[in-house]
Design a protein around this ligand. Sequence first.
Ligand code: SF4
Length: 358
Amino acid sequence: MADTLKLVKKISRLAQGKHHLRFMEVCGTHTVAIFRSGIRQILPDNVELVSGPGCPVCVTNDDYIDKAIAYARRKNFIVATFGDMLKVPGSRSSLAAVTAEGADVRIVYSPLDCVKLAEENPHKKIIFLAVGFETTAPTAAATVLAAQSRGSKNLFMLSAQKLVPPALRLLLDDAAVNVDGFLLPGHVAVVIGANAFNFLPDEFNIPSAIGGFEAEEILSALASLLEQVDDGRAEVSNNYRSVVKSEGNVAAQKILAQVYEVTDADWRGMGTIPASGLKMRDEFAAFDIERVEPVDVKLVKKKSACRCGEVLRGVIKPTDCPLFGKACKPLHAIGPCMVSVEGVCAAWFKYGGGKFSF
Ligand code: SF4
């Protein structure tokens, strides 16, 4: 507690006399941790935290959900997913809705659970919805390898896994985004390493700090961002040294490289970002449901006032969306940012965005 107060005072001191500073927390886990610990409320008025595109469910496009639904509707298919995906609206329905109609959709806690599910259901095709960033991708890759070594013929991935650094590049090239520094995701950095973010200071001269998820760890990273601004320098400060190494988790990187190759990927609200996704290598095509049994979905173009795309780029706050808290609430979510537990709109709705001072 004493350290926490020291950090709060340090942040206040460093912020004094500065222009309005906007720091982006890139990851959804940080967004929730920041709200839960009340950090937004105790920051100086000229230090603003904006949320970025780090909620994997939120940045997944409608057509992916539509494909998952199309597979779930097929006879003898089981779609396995993390619970967050169930209520995410596609262009015409959601997995929750098709489950109510009789589709077999199961919630799993790890993709590795699907190996057992496939063995228990030999006459069904099991599809895991592999949605996530570098944090979860190694476990999905390990699942593919486990399925291969066990000779599984009925376990597949529907992959929409994404890479964080290319999305940060795109944000920095977008004049509307306008941030003064990044609070970088600790769990992504555990896998890819602190060095993977060196392009931020080297190419964009932007302060960055890798942070853990406890209040003190987040404050420490924010203090580091302010120190960099104060000194007029930019670096990648590793404020999560207990778990993040400069080179990352080399074993996890190897398994990723073994199973996946880098490809372009579509992000909700950000379009197609070059080299920002993972697709299974040809050697593992037998586990890629889109190559084994492609499905053709016709995206229904909806007219929606949902502004998730801008929320995910930190261009607007959830409260700037006219539907926030009115037509769109967690129990009646219109966009994915209100559905996911890591969604920015859901966090604003649950915890509020107001400020208080001591
Ligand atoms: S409040 Fe709802 S409708 Fe508005 S941007 Fe967020 S998720 Fe979309």
